[in-house]
Design a protein around this ligand. Structure first.
Ligand code: SF4
Ligand code: FES
Length: 380
């Protein structure tokens, strides 16, 4: 921290780099750490094709460079091919974030022909039985192995995404080996984020410190072995970090998120914050949302920050961390992210880690609460 840092005027609002298009919350899998909200949208509430096409036009006009088609499972949308084709015609780089289980060689060839640029395929584990248990989908892992090869045969670059937690982290070396075997150009090792479904299941999923240290060593080794061939993205989980991550690259700085029903958000979890009325792309053009919406402006830049962030030399590095995590843990979205060791609420992270250590030592893990529309009603 440096108390002498001058307070600089906020720079003009730059366009977002990426649009995260959450096409649907429908998904055949039921991962207990899903990034979707507890309150899942039903198919009837989803934006129609014409609105998505208009949103893609508006995104390109706003200066967006990339569109990430996500969900739920985006391949559950019958118009995915049309949306990909339109994104390409607008000059947008397109990435499909998928579980893969609904894809096959023909649909992948069609997506490649339509102009899809990249596929990010998620895995629940390297062990088939464990992966199917966590995903709540029988034979899903075997299906993903086939689809990974079909992605490469369609000429599409592949990122293999592994979501890690206490119940699979000891198999990280096998996951890194699997990513190589599948011909991934990038491997993403993503620790569960503990809000939404992840927070509901935190006691069952939080890794122990010893596990984390072994995982860090496995990643360091793989990075050394694969240097120049495969990029490995890896972020230490917030609960064990001394400083928070720059969530979304900073609030309303890099990414605009559209929910299946058309709400525009600065991050995928912003609906969990109390006191915000998020605009709908059904009625408000994307450019107006980005530039003028008060919710987007609320935590943009540094002027909103309380101490210790306000005078901290990291304030334009991590942008104060994650607003949704601050709200989920402290009830105040403007609080310093408790992941930061300088936060007065940092003890909450230490308490959760201590509880995780105790749970890890216990004979049986708490039962998982799977992501289902029915269970969402139960955990509210
Ligand atoms: Fe500094 Fe705030 Fe980031 Fe902590 S969260 S490192 S206090 S800017
Ligand atoms: Fe909303 Fe981090 S998930 S700001």
């Amino acid at each position: 921290m440096n108390a002498l840092l001058p307070v600089r005027p906020e720079p003009p609002v730059e366009p977002p780099l990426a649009l995260l298009a959450e096409l649907t919350h429908r998904c055949p899998l039921q991962c207990p750490y899903c990034a979707n909200p507890l309150e899942l949208e039903r198919a009837a509430a989803e934006l129609d094709t014409a609105t998505w096409l208009r949103v893609l036009n508006e995104a390109a006009a706003l200066g967006v460079l990339q569109v990430h088609f996500s969900g739920g499972e985006p391949t559950a949308r019958k118009d995915l091919l049309e949306l990909v084709r339109h994104a390409a015609s607008c000059g947008l780089y397109s990435n499909l974030i998928t579980s893969g289980v609904m894809l096959d060689a023909a649909s992948l060839a069609a997506l490649a022909e339509a102009g899809l640029d990249h596929v990010q395929l998620s895995f629940q584990d390297a062990d088939a039985a464990q992966a199917d248990r966590i995903g709540g989908y029988r034979n899903g892992h075997a299906r993903k192995l086939v689809v990974a090869r079909q992605i490469r045969e369609a000429g599409l670059p592949l990122t293999a995404n592994f979501v890690v937690h206490r119940q699979n982290l000891d198999r990280l070396p096998e996951m890194l080996a699997l990513g190589q075997e599948l011909g991934a150009s990038r491997i993403e090792v993503a620790h569960v984020q503990y809000y939404g479904w992840g927070l509901v299941n935190r006691a069952a999923l939080m890794p122990s410190r010893a596990q984390l240290e072994r995982a860090n060593a496995a990643v360091a080794q793989a990075r050394a072995d694969l240097r120049g061939r495969i990029t490995i993205d890896y972020v230490v989980p917030d609960y064990y970090a001394a400083r928070p991550k720059a969530c979304m690259g900073g609030w309303a700085r890099r990414i605009i998120n559209i929910t299946p029903a058309g709400l525009a958000l600065p991050c995928h979890a912003a609906e969990t914050l109390r006191g915000f009325q998020w605009p709908s792309v059904r009625t408000v053009p994307l450019g107006a949302v980005w530039r003028d919406d008060p919710g987007f402006a609320r935590f943009r830049g540094t002027a909103w920050m309380p101490e210790p962030c306000r005078s901290c030399d990291q304030r334009e590095v991590d942008w104060g961390g994650c607003r949704c995590q601050a709200f989920a843990l402290t009830g105040d979205a403007a609080a310093t992210d408790p992941a930061c060791a300088l936060s007065p609420s940092h003890f909450m992270m230490a308490d959760a880690v201590a509880a995780a250590e105790a749970e890890a030592a216990a004979a049986e893990a708490p039962e998982l609460v799977y992501r289902r529309i029915r269970t969402a009603a139960l955990v509210k």
